[in-house]
Ligand binder design. Structure first.
Ligand code: UD1
Ligand code: CA
Length: 425
């Protein structure tokens, strides 16, 4: 199996944040998580080494608690990308197979591309394959320098490039596949005689040529995949790009999305065909939405939501960790959290499941059985069960279980004082 080395020791100064760069999130998943998932998704890699430096402890905690097959390796101080990769030498002393090297801040890379990249490396019998891309504006990237016969010569960093080299539009995407056994000797020979005084990983291309290794480049098809995050503006753009990718997939699968630009759907949400998503919805976390549902406008699904077929979740409805059976409606202004809701239920406008006890910090469940009708502006104080067919009058606060087919109402009696206004005017 292949090993991966994921670089993430850099500071990320331009994020202007207390959070380490690779732990910034898109739909609540860390940038680094996207990269590790893409690598694991190839099913060709059995172990990931994440190079950490700045705020190493936080990154290490994240990796430890989320990825069993990933280990963090400290790089301190950070002397460049070549130095970063060399940190795994003690762990891969005996290893002779292939290693993929990539960055922890490019969350849009896909398993499909990595797979194709690795296959390309193998089928060309390559010792070093670098991923390249053609950019109209190549500024800031390392340039791919080719010989007149098209073979790879070297990579030159922007800061070290001549005017002629700067004009090259083929750039280094920062992803490599290498035969570890053959290239590990390079790390003791890298020099820092460059504009940044760093050990450049990119110098392995030149080193490979000098040592008669087979060096190749694979050209990326969709440039978006190596979009790197260096600032909050980049983060916002990546969020949008990922969202568009997800939305497009749902559209292809037969989901109706009225306004893709204001519909946000996490990659971990499944949606059945013929469901309609109205504008301005935010669907986060892991959810399963059936067919023929209507969501929004302005709905917020926070994860752990299962909507079976023909469920309506309307405007200003927030749903979290809740299962809803078919033909149930919650059309307006409602919070449903930690709930199990049956079929044929109507949740009136303004209904709240009060799931949180601020004294104990505990969350409790609300269970609503089939054909229950909850009147508007009611509060269901969890833990509570409303048995089948029971009705709750508008403006009620339900603090204990209701039997089937009962009516419960806690509203103060209506008083009508005739002519009261005219007397007091
Ligand atoms: C690097 C490449 C460049 C390529 C670009 C693609 C080098 C010398 N240059 O440039 O050719 O076009 O990526 O994005 O490799 N890092 C460490 N430890 C270090 C230095 C960096 O872990 O000592 C990590 C950073 O956190 C980052 C990655 O390596 O995730 C890339 O480093 P960065 O400084 O951004 O390299 P670039 O200048 O962008
Ligand atoms: Ca970079």
């Amino acid at each position: 199996m292949i090993k991966s080395i994921i670089l993430g020791a850099g500071k990320g100064t331009r994020m202007k944040s207390d959070t380490p760069k690779v732990l910034h999130t898109i739909f609540d998943k860390a940038l680094l998580g996207y990269v590790i998932d893409a690598v694991n998704g190839t099913k060709l890699v059995d172990e990931n080494y994440v190079i950490v430096g700045h705020q190493a402890e936080e990154v290490e905690n994240y990796v430890k608690s989320n990825y069993e097959n990933s280990k963090c390796v400290l790089q301190s101080p950070q002397l460049g990308t070549g130095h970063a990769v060399s940190m795994v030498l003690p762990y891969l002393k005996e290893f002779e197979g292939e290693a993929v090297i990539l960055c922890g801040d490019t969350p849009l890379i896909t398993s499909e591309t990595l797979k194709e990249f690795i296959e390309y490396h193998k089928s060309n019998n390559s010792d070093i394959t670098v991923m390249s891309a053609i950019f109209d504006n190549p500024t800031n990237y390392g340039r791919i320098i080719r010989n007149s016969d098209g073979t790879l010569n070297s990579i030159v960093e922007e800061k070290d490039a001549t005017a002629e080299q700067k004009a090259v539009k083929e750039i280094n995407a920062g992803i490599y596949c290498v035969n570890w056994g053959k290239i590990k000797a390079a790390f003791s020979e890298l020099k820092t005689n460059n504009a940044q005084g760093e050990y450049y990983l990119t110098d392995i291309i030149k080193w490979g040529n000098e040592n008669k290794l087979r060096v190749n480049a694979y050209t990326l098809k969709n440039n978006e995949e190596i979009f790197g995050i260096n600032s909050k503006a980049n983060l916002a753009e990546a969020y949008k790009l990922l969202n568009h990718r997800v939305v497009k997939q749902h559209l292809d699968n037969g989901v109706t999305i009225i306004d893709p630009d204001t519909t946000w759907i996490s990659p971990e949400t499944e949606i059945g065909a013929d469901t309609v998503i109205y504008p301005s919805c935010y669907i986060n976390g892991k959810n399963k939405i059936g067919s023929h549902c209507k969501i929004g406008p302005y709905a917020h699904l926070r994860g752990g939501v299962v909507l079976e077929d023909y469920v309506k979740v309307g405007n200003f409805v927030e749903v979290k960790k809740t299962t809803i059976k078919p033909h149930t409606n919650a059309c307006h202004l409602t919070y449903l959290g930690d709930s199990e809701i049956g079929s044929g239920v109507n949740i009136g406008a303004g209904t709240i499941t009060a799931n949180y006890n601020p004294l104990t910090g505990e969350k409790s469940k609300t269970i609503i059985k089939d054909n229950v009708k909850i009147g508007s502006n009611s509060v269901l104080v969890a833990p509570v069960t409303i048995e089948e067919g029971a009705n709750v009058g508008a403006l009620s606060v339900i603090t204990k279980d209701l039997p089937a087919w009962a009516l419960a109402i806690t509203r103060a009696p209506l008083r009508v004082l005739e002519n009261w206004v005219s007397k007091h005017r």
